[in-house]
Design a protein around this ligand. Structure first.
Ligand code: ASP
Length: 331
């Protein structure tokens, strides 16, 4: 309770948000009132997600379009992928670790910088919703492994076996050589990171994954780490990542991108700079894929990656598109 109160009090007031230079400098989204206080107007909701996940962005848009808030939109959006057993990188049907166990990581962050995460959780289809419960119902930010599973069950989530026959067969095949060499873009639609801005102009984000296929038991990547796999600052914007988590953690990638936007870069420029930072710090960068997407407070979006092949979904009033990302090696 105490911590919630602190977070609430330390969050920016609406007045502070609307008076921020980023927003007030955008003539199209501000208007002078009688008291000369600028207020946001003409806010257009937008949702953006890593990879070509039209069902997920469609669901999030449905929420945003019914005056729903961005937190519900991103949670319900990524839940679609968590429940989809044909997506073998997220939730139910995810590829297992080397020992054949499906272990999931997820996090969520809202407009007030509240956040929650679960790491290395097993047997629960919707880790993003457990992460939201951690955020809303506990004094903590992150729960791991068995503790996270116990908490989920106490909250009414059902225990399920997440290893599908398909993922099991592929794992048994992989075990014949046990070569741990992630293949670029092979997971095709990978970690799902989703960012949304609602009709009130408030931002939220969520990120969910089964992590790198055939990872070591106990391994946790960037996706549930606030600042690495996801970061939201309602004053500035949000960013999220997909790809080799170890590289993203080393540069605190999503936080970096939001800070670059705070300094004035567009979402596209900030994603490019984020990927280039990773490239500068990792000589073997060609062996890995990293993709970042970002959104700013004005609803502008961007994305960038190392290898060609990454794309992201954008749903706004202008339409619903799969946007191929520009890439460092494709330039
Ligand atoms: N970022 C995820 C992880 O490292 C995996 C991925 O997106 O491919 O766990």
């Amino acid at each position: 309770m105490e911590r919630r109160k602190f977070l609430k009090n330390s969050g920016l007031s609406t007045a502070a948000i609307i008076a921020s230079p980023l927003v007030t400098s955008c003539k199209e989204t501000t208007v002078e009132t009688e008291s000369s206080t600028p207020v946001l107007k003409n806010i257009h909701p937008v949702v953006i997600a890593t990879w070509d996940v039209p069902n997920a962005t469609n669901k999030a848009w449905e929420v945003l379009n019914k005056e729903g808030n961005s937190l519900d939109a991103v949670e319900q959006g990524v839940m679609i992928e968590e429940a989809d057993v044909t997506n073998q990188s997220v939730g139910n049907g995810g590829r297992p670790d080397r020992d054949g166990n499906v272990t999931l990581d997820a996090c969520i962050m809202d407009k007030d910088s509240n956040c929650g995460a679960v790491v290395y959780i097993e047997n629960i289809v919707h880790p993003v919703s457990v992460a939201r419960k951690v955020m809303e119902d506990t004094p903590h930010v992150m729960l791991a492994g068995k503790g996270a599973e116990k908490f989920a069950i106490e909250k009414g989530f059902e225990k399920e076996n997440l290893l599908t026959e398909k993922s099991k067969e592929e794992w048994l095949e992989w075990k014949k050589t046990s070569q741990y060499q992630p293949i670029i873009n092979i997971e095709n639609h990978d970690t799902i990171g989703m960012l949304a801005i609602d009709k009130n102009g408030d931002l939220s984000g969520a990120c969910t994954t089964s992590g790198m296929a055939y990872k070591m038991a106990g391994r946790v990547g960037d996706s549930p780490i606030i600042g690495a796999g996801l970061f939201i600052d309602n004053e500035v914007g949000g960013a999220t990542a997909t790809g080799m988590g170890e590289l993203v953690v080393r540069t605190v990638g999503s936080f970096l991108i939001v800070e670059l936007m705070r300094q004035g870069k567009s979402p596209q420029e900030a994603c490019e700079e984020g990927v280039k930072r990773i490239i500068a710090k990792n000589k073997n960068y060609k062996d890995f894929q990293i993709g970042f997407i970002a959104i700013n407070k004005n609803g502008e979006t961007g994305g960038y990656c190392i290898h060609p092949g990454f794309s992201y979904r954008i749903y706004s009033e202008e339409g619903h598109i799969n946007q191929p990302s520009t890439s460092y090696l494709g330039e």
